[in-house]
Design a protein. Structure first.
Length: 374
């Protein structure tokens, strides 16, 4: 009886953890209780539950991150972090408590009904925080721009004819603006200063991203991804940070599904219906691929910054990049010729671009293994 595997469900919050256990077999799960979220209390509770090799622990991914996962792993306990959106739900079940959630996790985990997520390494998580911080600052900067331009519009202030927004000439014009009323002058100065501060923050983050792309843990992979058109330093670093390890995708279709760019399906019998994209998986990667896909509207060419990025890379990697340019450019205009909207065509291009990214990553891994063997 002492060798029975125990499946432990943890409902984790900022300060406390609800613990439930489902022993191997068909017995009902039991609620153990609530413990404080501290290292000492977690270690003490796990020792009470049994030997580390007999425990299987799970908890939902959330704001608390992966610290608990790494702690349990260091104790020799098998642990998985569960995707919350993929937990089965009973129709009409509207009662939610920490106790019920912990018991439900333990029961479903024992039954094999839960889907674990990929847990990044600490280096991957730090890099991901960096690229997501850049995304946040870009969004803040865009809001600041909107506030400033709307303020100018309300006051019927327009730039000189022929001056494009956010060019050097436009910024010079903004710095020279004057207002009769002190209230308007203070508002304008605050909006303008806020916008400049966001730009400074963005510069700091992008400088660090460039350093990581050259000397960080994923620098070789980032440099390889940058051989693709539309995948410059920020996009390549973000892809490496969000994905972590491409090795977890055995075939390109798995990576495409992870991006949520594959069509949904509702089929029955001989009737097969494809719908809009699933939008499952990593939203950040999906956005990055769609933004990069717009570059393939233009005629295939290797020049300018792309030529610099490709310098020194193996011919097999460059061959994949060139094939991507030709194939995706032709497909984009072929889809437009069939009457597809440009947005839908770009989504299809982004899906195939994911396949080329997978191919380059696996070609890169092959090069590394070959060089290592030599």
């Amino acid at each position: 009886m002492n060798d029975i595997t125990k499946y432990v469900g943890l409902d984790v919050s900022k300060e406390k953890i609800a613990v439930a256990v489902a022993e191997e077999g068909r017995s009902n799960p039991r609620y153990v209780g609530m413990i404080p979220y501290t290292v000492e209390d977690i270690r003490k509770q796990m020792k009470k539950l049994g030997e580390p090799e007999l425990l299987r622990v799970c908890y939902e991914a959330g704001a608390t991150g992966y610290g608990l996962y790494r702690l349990l792993k260091s104790m020799g306990i098998e642990c998985e972090v569960i995707a919350p959106s993929l937990i089965p739900q009973k129709p009409g079940d509207r009662v939610k408590t920490d106790k019920r959630d912990a018991i439900n996790l333990a029961k479903l985990y024992r039954a094999g009904e839960l889907t674990p997520i990929y847990v990044p390494t600490e280096d991957d998580e730090a890099l991901r925080d960096l690229v997501r911080a850049r995304e946040d600052v870009k969004e803040d900067k865009l809001r600041a721009k909107h506030r400033l331009t709307k303020f100018l519009l309300r006051n019927e202030i327009k730039p000189p004819r022929g001056t494009k927004k956010w060019t050097v000439k436009y910024w010079d014009w903004l710095d020279k603006l004057t207002f009769k009323r002190s209230a308007s002058r203070v508002v304008f100065q605050e909006y303008l200063q806020q916008l400049k501060e966001f730009q400074q923050r963005l510069n700091v983050l992008e400088k660090e991203i460039e350093e990581q792309a050259k000397e960080g843990v994923h620098a070789p992979m980032i440099q390889t991804l940058m051989t693709l058109r539309g995948v410059a330093v920020n996009t390549a670093t973000s892809l490496a940070a969000e994905i972590g390890s491409f090795k977890r995708f055995q075939v390109p279709t798995q990576f495409m599904a992870y991006t949520g760019l594959v069509p949904s399906e509702s089929s029955s019998g001989e009737c097969r219906r494809l719908g809009s994209i699933t939008k499952t998986g990593n939203r950040h990667v999906r956005i990055l691929l769609i933004e990069a896909a717009w570059s393939y509207r233009y005629q295939p060419a290797v020049k300018g910054e792309l030529k610099k990025r490709q310098k020194g890379h193996p011919t097999n990697i460059l061959g994949i990049s060139w094939k991507a340019q030709n194939r995706l450019h032709k497909k984009y205009f072929r889809l437009l010729g069939r009457g597809k909207e440009s947005g839908k065509a770009i989504t299809a291009i982004a899906r195939e671009l994911a396949g080329f990214i997978w191919a380059i990553s696996h070609e890169f891994d092959g090069e590394v293994q070959t060089n290592g063997a030599d």
